[in-house]
Design a protein around this ligand. Structure first.
Ligand code: FAD
Length: 441
């Protein structure tokens, strides 16, 4: 049997290797650390957590809680190791980072189906392969991925604006229109008076920001400036930039507002909207406080905060199928942050799907698309069907789920229903995937 090559023993690669090995498929797991480090890693352990030690919420009413539950149903090594090495963190799942990584490393290194190779891969290998080299993929491999997928298919930094749930926007305070009424009315516009703008502006320029890491500074030179940096250059920079009101008339006053924040539809279902031009380096608490100063967004539910960091990721709507297979090569899979999912758990979840599908391909079976009503399936669907011209990485969230058949007003109840439907659907799917138990571990 030819082994499946998994490149990168991070969160996604480790999970993918595990899903292959427990199906009896031989794996060649290749990792360049500790020989060659990334700018963020510091050990040679598998699944090293580069920053926080939290896997975020464990609550069933939270989408990332549901995602973990689905992964438990599918025997995830990452979640099992996290559960075993949890430290007290209220409703979140946080871990002792060293013990967690040790557990993942030991399980894989002692598995008879896993052969470990410690080196940097520069060329994309032949045969069934999963590339899970993360946001800090080494330069030579990045270049070869770019060559395979094409110039516009791979990005090297992530400068994303916050995304909010449409349901949480106060539609009485905003208006829907496109600038100069061009095309169909596409944007949600939050109008500001001069006084509202002044208050907002003061908060914006004095907001606390996350300090930049050395390797993140290059982002600014790419002409993508955070909104708060623009603010510091002067009021006019913002008023003539992302908050310019020209060409927009508020139908309630018949006038052009002093300033406008525009929101653009972010997913096909129209449940999510992003703040146009608001890429930001502000701390998350500050983003929430400042976004909620915008008229109409006082109760905004932020499903993804703005970030600016180095991030190698594919334009997955163009490059990937929902099975995490490359559109260019059927036996090549991508997984983890590279695919445009965001976060530790989401990265591992992508690895889980790619691992299962690579195993199926190795065993002569068809790769599968995960059900849309699950957290895993909805995320896979989003990253492979979002608008490719404005694609930005995404966290798991209920805004990606297909709507429920009945409208439920209470958010808590609605989330419970989403969660129940997802877990039940995943249980049926897992049953179909492995009708007779032929799994180990
Ligand atoms: P990784 O975990 O980075 O794994 C990729 C692996 O591939 C690495 O071990 C790397 O050494 C290896 N590799 C790279 N190139 C090669 C090559 N050519 N050959 C062989 N091996 C190679 N998410 C959160 O949820 N919480 C956070 O606090 C958080 N903080 C972050 C901080 C930073 C600075 C960055 C960059 C990202 C952060 N993320 C965070 C986002 C993301 O969840 C993590 O980056 C996560 O580790 C991604 O998982 P992954 O498996 O895709 O990549």
């Amino acid at each position: 049997d030819q082994p499946v090559t998994v490149i990168g023993a991070g969160l996604a690669g480790s999970e993918a290797a595990w899903q292959l090995a427990r199906r009896g498929v031989p794996v060649r797991l290749v990792e360049m650390r500790p020989e060659k480090q990334t700018p963020a890693h510091r050990t040679g352990q598998f699944a090293e957590l580069v920053c926080s030690n939290s896997f975020r919420s464990n609550a069933p009413t939270n989408a990332v809680g549901v995602l973990k539950e689905e992964m438990r149903q599918l025997g995830s090594l990452i979640i099992k190791s996290a559960d075993k090495n949890a430290v007290p963190a209220g409703g979140a799942l946080a871990v002792d980072r060293d013990r967690f990584s040790d557990a993942v490393t030991e399980t894989l290194q002692s598995h008879e189906k896993v052969e470990f190779v410690g080196r940097e891969i520069q060329d994309i290998p032949d045969g069934i392969t999963i590339i899970a080299t993360g946001p800090l993929t080494s330069d030579a491999l990045s270049e070869n991925i770019r060559r395979l997928t094409g110039e516009e298919y791979l990005y090297f930094y992530d400068a994303a604006a916050p995304i909010v749930e449409k349901d949480s926007i106060d539609m009485d305070k905003v208006f829907v229109a496109s600038r100069y009424d061009k095309g169909e009315a596409a944007y949600i516009n939050c109008p500001m008076t001069e006084e509202e703008f002044n208050r907002f502006y003061e908060a914006l320029i004095s907001a606390e920001v996350t300090p930049l890491k050395r390797f993140e500074k290059e982002i600014y030179f790419e002409g993508c400036m955070p909104i708060e940096v623009m603010g510091k250059r002067g009021r006019k920079t913002v008023l003539h930039g992302p908050m310019k009101p020209v060409g927009l008339t508020d139908p309630r006053t018949g006038q052009t507002p002093y300033a406008v924040v525009q929101l653009r539809q972010d997913n096909g279902a129209g449940t999510l909207y992003n703040l146009v031009g608001f890429q930001t380096h502000m701390k998350w608490g500050e983003q929430k406080r400042i976004i909620r100063m915008i008229p109409g967004l006082e109760q905004a539910e932020i499903v993804r905060y703005g970030v600016m960091h180095r991030n190698t990721f594919l334009n997955s709507p163009r490059a990937l199928r929902p099975t995490y297979q490359s559109r260019h090569r059927e036996d090549l899979f991508f997984a983890g942050q590279m695919t445009g999912v965001e976060g530790y758990v989401e990265s591992a979840a992508a690895g889980l799907i790619a691992g299962i599908n690579a195993a199926r391909l190795a065993m002569g079976e068809e790769p599968v698309v995960f059900p849309h009503e699950t957290a895993m399936g909805s995320l896979a669907r989003y990253i492979t069907s979002a608008d490719p011209d404005h694609f930005q990485p995404m966290n798991a969230n209920f805004g990606l789920f297909p709507p429920l058949s009945k409208r439920i007003k209470s958010k808590r109840e609605r989330n419970m229903k989403y969660a129940e439907r997802a877990v039940a659907s995943m249980a049926r799917f897992a049953q179909r995937l492995n009708p007779v138990s032929r799994l180990s571990g």
